[in-house]
Design a protein around this ligand. Structure first.
Ligand SMILES: NC(=O)c1ccc[n+]([C@@H]2O[C@H](COP(=O)([O-])OP(=O)(O)OC[C@H]3O[C@@H](n4cnc5c(N)ncnc54)[C@H](OP(=O)(O)O)[C@@H]3O)[C@@H](O)[C@H]2O)c1
Length: 372
């Protein structure tokens, strides 16, 4: 455990070394973890726990896409794969990893099958923090805990297989057994977290909804589009506009910023780029700041979650989504994007099974392709 103080805030960080395998076994050895839901989080977390020696079973509605995927991954009906009520009855930790709208719908089934002393686990503060909208109010005789990986479930699994980790936050909403905190920490390590930092259900969901609508996906796409459109209108070709906007960012600069930080990036680009970026970032911050204020307000007052629950519970949800994604996919920017991606040498190598520039056969390319 490490404690540090930055910006006047003292924080404790829990690392894997705080929960070595013997301690993990002591805390989780008698637990049966029922993972309800097999989206990217349910899949990543359950497979990592299984590989870490935790007793895991899966709870799903029969016949859905997730059921078929779970069968493919080796979960066995009647042994490690059950319908939702049976999985909840068999579990002592219930990892509630349906979609957030699905959690609202299935809550009566979960509620009915929870037993005294169970731990009800979430990877998002949504259902509990907005219980006035979801109706998810846990009975007083269970622990209510959260471990929220700060990354896609795909990366939770991929990093685990690569010996790396995804950082996660953890929280205790209700501690009925006196073990809620150690259960949350042990589960956080068992699902493959890099390190854990503490939060509350409310703070997790406010920051998460702001982040994904903002810099992680919504804002960044908005910024990319604005730049791409200006470049195109000023006569630049699609490949020039795309390379200068997305490809260079994702393939070169963002991984370097991730490795070394922003000051390093500024110090290690051309002096021309450095001067310009340092002169312009405040204008972009000032332009974006009111939008972030508006966004945070709408997250906090429940406008955003009401919209999510309404849109994602519609019977036409999947068709509506596919229509929106098709528009993105078929836009000029992402048509050139697909072309640019396909022309990356490593993908060419994978496609043709050719020897790559590094002299290795197209295996790395193939594995890369499979992982995506
Ligand atoms: N996506 C991420 O990377 C990520 C990151 C951090 C936290 N989280 C949180 O983790 C939780 C799970 O998210 P996710 O992205 O893994 O899953 P998801 O894609 O949102 O949900 C998929 C799962 O929910 C099931 N489901 C949906 N509606 C259902 C219903 N009405 N009845 C029964 N099953 C239903 C699906 O089963 P079928 O296949 O049968 O439809 C599938 O197993 C959420 O709380 C999310 O906010 C997600």
């Amino acid at each position: 455990m490490k404690t540090f103080r930055i910006g006047g805030v003292a924080e404790k960080i829990i690392e894997r070394s705080d929960m070595p395998p013997a301690k993990l076994k002591k805390v989780l050895g008698r637990e049966t973890v029922a993972v309800v839901g097999y989206g990217v989080q349910g899949r990543g977390q359950s497979l990592n726990m299984r590989d870490n020696g935790v007793r895991v079973l899966i709870g799903l509605r029969k016949g859905g896409a997730s059921w078929r995927l779970a069968l493919n991954d080796g979960w066995k009906p009647g042994t490690t794969l059950f319908d939702i009520p049976e999985a909840v009855r068999r579990g002592t930790v219930i990892q509630y990893l349906l979609s957030d709208a699905g959690q609202k719908e299935q809550w009566p089934v979960i509620r009915e099958n929870l037993k005294e002393g169970d731990a009800l686990y979430f990877s998002h503060g949504f259902s509990i923090a907005y219980r006035d909208q979801t109706g998810v109010v846990a009975p007083p005789n269970v622990d209510v805990i959260l471990v929220a990986p700060k990354g896609s479930g795909t990366t939770v699994r991929r990093h685990f297989l690569e010996g790396r980790g995804i950082n996660a936050s953890f929280a205790v909403h209700q501690d009925c057994t006196g073990r809620a905190r150690e259960r949350a920490i042990a589960l956080g390590i068992a699902i493959g977290s890099g390190f854990l930092f503490e939060t509350t259900f409310e703070r997790e969901v406010f920051s998460d909804l702001t982040g994904e609508r903002g810099v992680l996906m919504g804002a960044i796409y908005g910024l990319w589009l604005a730049q791409y459109e200006v470049l195109r209108e000023r006569g630049h070709s699609p490949s020039e506009a795309f390379n200068e906007t997305v490809e260079e960012a994702t393939q070169s600069l963002y991984p370097l910023i991730g490795e070394n930080g922003m000051d390093w990036m500024y110090a290690n680009c051309s002096t021309t780029a450095q001067r310009g970026a340092l002169d312009w970032f405040e204008r972009f911050r000032d332009a974006a700041r009111p939008v972030f204020e508006d966004l945070y307000g709408k997250v906090k007052d429940g406008t955003e979650t009401r919209r999510v629950l309404e849109a994602n519970s519609r019977p036409t949800y999947r068709q509506d989504l596919e229509r929106e994604l098709k528009e993105v996919r078929e836009s000029e920017m992402w048509r050139i994007g697909a072309l640019v991606r396909s022309l990356r040498p490593e993908r060419q190598g994978a496609k043709k099974g050719k020897t790559t520039a590094t002299g290795k056969a197209g295996k790395a390319g193939k594995a890369g392709k499979k992982r995506r």
